[in-house]
Design a protein around this ligand. Structure first.
Ligand SMILES: [Mn+2]
Length: 241
């Protein structure tokens, strides 16, 4: 029995070896024997809409569909790079969409699942941008643009993001401890799994007199990274092909 968690793959045509690693991993025994696979956001570097006719979305759909067809549920939560991913692609790719902040039972342990960006409350500039682009109006406006215009828009957004990341202190881009505690209280969970910060670790801390746990998933820029949860424990590891 095992449940697998991945996030922040940032799949992109500029890193073809990582796309291959993703396909190999999803076709392999660890995934095919799992109880479920969770993808907690930023699966791709940029998502311009479910109608994107490029090769990468099709390869992703084939890979996740294969897992689903093998009888392993694949859960997907959007991140800040792929929040335009919707039901149309989810259906095609065999994904079950999850809301950010969903609580799932993992072998008897209620566990809060998040992408992680909403926890970075010290980054005020980012949170303001997030609020403005997550409205139905903004999404509708962008999705009404041509695919070419959206590709250009995504390139610009990535440059802006890189500039912001380069100009912002490391501590500001990490999670805020109070935001973490609030989210866990609200979810009624003492276990949290998230990605986004690219700082893979298993943290323990006190939450209202109880030991709480926060697991941060690793990114896939240069290798694979997975959290494997079993009834006996959990293991966070990086791997190559
Ligand atoms: Mn992210």
């Amino acid at each position: 029995m095992s449940t697998l968690f991945i996030a922040d793959l940032h799949l992109d045509d500029s890193r073809p070896q990582i796309t291959s690693l993703f396909e190999q991993y999803l076709a392999g025994d660890e995934v095919r024997r799992a109880d479920a696979l969770y993808i907690l956001g930023d699966l791709v570097e940029a998502w311009i809409g479910d109608d994107d006719n490029a090769e990468l979305p099709q390869r992703i759909a084939n890979a996740t569909r294969g897992v689903r067809d093998a009888g392993v549920p694949v859960y997907f939560m959007v991140g800040n790079r792929d929040f335009l991913l919707g039901e149309t692609f989810a259906k095609r790719a065999g994904l079950t969409l999850l809301d950010d902040g969903a609580v799932h039972d993992l072998y008897g342990t209620p566990t809060l699942l998040m992408h992680g960006d909403v926890l970075c409350t010290d980054d005020v500039a980012y949170q303001a941008v997030r609020r403005s682009v997550r409205t139905p109006e903004w999404k509708a406006q962008v999705l009404a643009m041509s695919l070419d215009a959206r590709r250009a828009f995504a390139t610009k957004a990535r440059e802006d993001s890189r500039a912001h990341t380069g100009n912002t202190l490391e501590t500001i881009m990490d999670v805020n401890a109070e935001a973490v505690a609030d989210a866990m209280r609200k979810g009624g969970a003492r276990h949290l799994i998230h990605g986004h910060t690219h700082r893979p670790a298993i943290h323990h801390f006190d939450l209202d007199g109880h030991t709480a746990e926060r697991i941060v998933l690793g990114d896939w820029y240069e290798q694979g990274s997975v959290l494997r949860v079993t009834p006996e424990g959990r293991e966070l590891r990086a791997f190559h092909n």
